[in-house]
Design a protein around this ligand. Sequence first.
Ligand code: SAH
Length: 453
Amino acid sequence: MLLTITTTHHPATDLGYLLVKHPDRLQSFEVSGGTAHVFYPEATPQRCTAALLLDVDPGAARPAKQPDTFTLRQHVNDRPYAASSLLSAALGRVLRTALRGESRDRPELAAAPIPLELRIPALRCKGDAETFFGPLGWTVEAAPIPLDPTRPEWGASRYVDLTLRGTLRLADALNHVYVLLPVLDDAKHYWVSTDEVEKLLRAGTGWLAEHPAKAVIARRYLAHRTALTNEALSRLSDVDTDADSVDQPAAARPESLAALRRATVVRQLAEAGAQRVLDLGCGPGALLGELIRDRRFTEIVGADVSTVSLDMAARRLRLDRLPDRQKERIRLLQTALTYRDDRLCGYDAAVLMEVVEHVDPPRLPALAANVFGHAAPKTVLVTTPNAEYNVRYPGLGHGGMRHHDHRFEWDRAQFGAWCDEVAARYGYTVTRHGIGEEDPEVGASTQMAVFKQ
Ligand code: SAH
């Protein structure tokens, strides 16, 4: 089983930093079912290719279903050759840091979309690969592999040679493959348990909730287990309108918390008289959709580190089909808020809705310096979960957080302390409010701070 990852980003050998695997070395790892090797068939500043080769024992990797009478199937099967959930599991283990989008040596590059070509030369593909990879911004080439090249009349086999081309963040690319390999193959090599829901939601952060084929993806990824699929889909649909997965308490309110949060933010922006606004960490663009419908906002910028989220925002807003007068009001840009960006300067207001908790605490001072110190809009709105309220969510385990990508969740005192510190340092005044029903003991589910210069 083989997956190759090629980039022409200059210098292309930086791929080695992102994968945390040196281009000059062959490295091997024992993984479930066999041995994974990582090596570089080519490594020049112009073009660099990393290969993940998984060598499996056909006996150890039995196909999941074997209802027939072919008794040698246990030993004679396609498992060693055709990419499957085994390759995905190996990817998850061997390239874990890259999947998380982390890079000690090249953090900016890890956050940036780069030209990529991924190839899986043998993949059993149930359905059209385009349906799954197309909406994520890939150009998909799935060439059918003949059953026997010397016997063209026998036609195509069940396998394709898959090439994906696009300009994406490496972490997004790897997460797409990690989730979609077992989906395309539609046969998992291991027993699927509740952990798999967590894995799916984690790997699908930022793209799965908006994927038009999310129902099929969840069903197949979770090996057609109805209860797990329903759980994943219901948590995803919360994400759909909402950044958090378990924001709906048991007694769901008619208006979702996410909708209430957006309405509150829009009202605050209007009260501040803001016309030119930034939505920082805009995600797939739910708030942008409301801002563009409101004439009071004359210039709207959605910014996010994730190009996949930005692509989804562009689709949701139908940017390509907006009339020119509307199109002039809105712009999307890719940026990492932990790095200074002049394009964010000079706005009336900035919104950080459910964003700060996605940033590693040691990077928060950099975010504050860039947003409050450098971009310095007159008004800044920050919303974040109130950790105290988590006890009101029966689905959350003790000490659990609302979303897998959350690096922390603050109680009201912690958020208050951060707000006061930032306000004092960068010359703002700050007031704090709850969003959602105010619980007498634990407060409201969402906390919001309004900073004014
Ligand atoms: N504001 C949206 C999305 C919240 S999810 C909403 O409320 O629906 C958090 C978003 O922050 C994600 O889209 C993520 O990509 C983005 N994000 C996280 N860290 C970031 C950073 N350092 N720079 C820019 N965006 C970031």
